[in-house]
Ligand binder design. Sequence first.
Ligand SMILES: NC(=O)c1ccc[n+]([C@@H]2O[C@H](COP(=O)([O-])OP(=O)(O)OC[C@H]3O[C@@H](n4cnc5c(N)ncnc54)[C@H](O)[C@@H]3O)[C@@H](O)[C@H]2O)c1
Length: 461
Amino acid sequence: MSFGATRPLARAFAPRVGRLPALSRPLCRNITTTPPAPINPSSAAHDGGNVEAPHNGINVDTPVRMDTAPTPAPGDDFPIVMVGAGNIMFGSQAGPWNHSFRIEHKLGPRLKVKALIDPDAARARGVLAKKCASFVETAYKDTQVYPNIGEYAKALATSGESGPRAIIVGTPPAFRGGVAEGRHLELDLIKYFPTVGYFIEKPVSTAPIDEVKQVAAELVKNKNVVSVGYMLRYLRCVQKMKQIIHDNNLTVMATNARYSAAYQSIDKPAWWDKSKDMGPVIEQGTHFCDLSRYFGGDVDISSVVAHSVEYDEAPGKLSAIPINESEIPEDQRIPRITAAVWKYANGAVGSFTHTVALQGTLYDCELEVWADGYHMRLIDPYNAPQLLVRRPGDDHNERHQFTDDDPFFSEMSAFIDSVEGKPDSHILSSFEDATKTYELTWAIRLASEKSAAARRATSKS
Ligand SMILES: NC(=O)c1ccc[n+]([C@@H]2O[C@H](COP(=O)([O-])OP(=O)(O)OC[C@H]3O[C@@H](n4cnc5c(N)ncnc54)[C@H](O)[C@@H]3O)[C@@H](O)[C@H]2O)c1
């Protein structure tokens, strides 16, 4: 543990409190703190959803950082197939994501990327050329480009070569997670590579929820290792919250999530068009709906209510939209504010506000969790994560900060360890669980559209 990283402020105050004169004593709080208990080691689990004991997380006191991770040990080749040659896989200016970079650091010279699947062959060849011009050339020098997984499976069958041990999927969600033509990628993967581990990006799909549930059921039946890219679950601050809940046997009473996007920097027209990316709650707010569920558990979907500020309402006028919104049909333009409330299955209450209001580039996001005597605030998990905790017996907050945390590396490291069958490896987001997050985000969108339609109908009459 890095010194001071998790030292609660209350403990730093304790010696001074002890020296205060007797007169002041009634003013002093009776501060009792206990040292953070370590997370118990547990057996490898392929599903970190809500059914698992919360201590089945990553150990917050053992950082999983690239710069402190052990040098990849020499060993047998670890063949991988990558599906999608875009930003999530190979990085961009837009954010810290870049799966190939983390996988290279996890596996070192063992990494052999057998195939890169992308219908945009020029893009795929472009990223491969860059890799081959660098020190990771040995991982990519024999990588073949295919337009779809079926073509790769056919070529593999005739070549007699051995197949991949893991498949990393980073395609847009419209091309996966369903059963209809053009989006049944996972069913193809089960057909061609049933025993291989799959890492699949969020959201799990854009298909109707019933289709996605069918896919989830097939994956559960198939029993291979599957991880979904809700990387915020792997943040050490988030695992610290899980640890506090577990060690103090808390029952979560409420969650409140706020996700403020910096809309001025979002210049993808599809993001502004509900018919393409399905709207900002499903596309990006999903991370915070997922975190809410990670703490609150299953949601009573029928309880979800929501309101929105739409583009044509007075508070919905924005001055710095970086695309030409007039080209998007009016009924497909995204809401500026979405505010939702729901009940969890255990009776707790969840709330979520997504805003398209900030300019500049930095997002502002926060998650609060309440339990009897406890208030935990996860602040700025994307940029500089910190956790404030108020406990019983103290009106002050203790602060936890874990510098240089890299949840993208932790999630990839955990996935590869699980594929290798290593002990104490934990996948914290399964496809089945991520499907429940997808269902919640759709329920929020539909509830806000319903209330917006009712408002419009009333104002017309
Ligand atoms: N976890 C995170 O923080 C995070 C960050 C960025 C993106 N993502 C997710 O990653 C996914 C991809 O996003 P991106 O920004 O990399 O998109 P992108 O547009 O940069 O790249 C997607 C690539 O997939 C290719 N593609 C399209 N259809 C395909 C198909 N059927 N088979 C194979 N390849 C296909 C495209 O040609 C493109 O090269 C999305 O689901 C997104 O939400 C997650």
